[in-house]
Design a protein around this ligand. Structure first.
Ligand SMILES: [Zn+2]
Length: 244
């Protein structure tokens, strides 16, 4: 189901977990790395466009959670390409060890969506946390990789969570700072990720201010469909929904 979702920006994944490719001339940046099991789809999509994994010049991560790290180490070795992650999430990306969370997963198990997510993780090979052998860390600024994404810090969902702004394409890749599909409750529409996955849900709420200020027509999420109503309206929706 891979497809172009904005000029030169491609979505890879399934209905529950997304990652993205930014095309810049003959080079590509992989933004987040989904589940380990996405690799066959990535290779097939690249082949369909006359490209291969060798055209990936960099992997950049919005954060270090397993469902965003999946293919990273394989692509790092096969491209080969460096994997960039914020310094505060580097340890998690290298070891698979997750930070403290603002809530427990147990209350969500009444929702069929939570069970669906667990089965997607199991089939995608993400029950055992994927790890990355070597990472390159950053703390802000523009990343010198294809697409030249601008880094905006949005901590809360994880300590080193960032979003990537592509000003010339009007695109904001929001990772898990926001989602448009709640992977634990199944609710659709712009909202914060559930507190059971967040390191500090209060900080994640505060980070919404940084998102609302970005100028971008299209928002792309780690979970859910693209949102073309702009960041300010997405953030307003998320504030209305509140913490889940
Ligand atoms: Zn996450």
């Amino acid at each position: 189901m891979a497809s172009e979702v904005a000029p030169g920006v491609h979505r890879v994944g399934n209905a529950y977990v997304n990652c993205y490719l930014i095309e810049d001339g003959n080079q590509l940046t992989l933004v987040d790395a989904g589940l380990p099991g996405f690799r066959a789809q990535l290779d097939a999509y690249l082949r369909s466009r006359g490209r291969s994994v060798k055209d990936i010049a960099a992997v950049i991560l919005t954060h270090g959670h397993g469902d965003h790290v999946g293919m990273a180490d394989g692509v790092r070795l096969d491209a080969p390409a460096p994997v960039y992650v914020h310094a505060a999430d580097a340890h998690m990306a290298r070891t698979g060890k997750v930070h403290k969370r603002s809530g427990s997963l147990l209350p969500y198990l009444r929702h069929p969506a939570a069970w669906k997510l667990l089965s997607i993780f199991a089939r995608g090979g993400a029950l055992k946390p994927p790890k990355i052998g070597e990472v390159t860390t950053f703390t802000g600024g523009d990343l010198d990789v294809p697409g030249r994404p601008r880094v905006i810090a949005t901590p809360g969902h994880s300590p080193g969570h960032v979003v990537f702004h592509l000003p010339d394409r009007g695109v904001l890749i929001a990772g898990d700072a926001l989602c448009s599909y709640n992977p634990l409750t199944g609710r659709r529409g712009p909202q914060l990720m559930p507190k059971a996955f967040a390191n500090d849900i209060g900080q994640a709420q505060a980070s919404l201010d940084a998102l609302a200020a970005v100028e971008a027509g299209t928002l792309l999420f780690g979970h859910g469909e693209p949102w073309t109503g702009g960041p300010a309206s997405a953030v307003a929706h998320a504030r209305e929904v509140g913490v889940t």
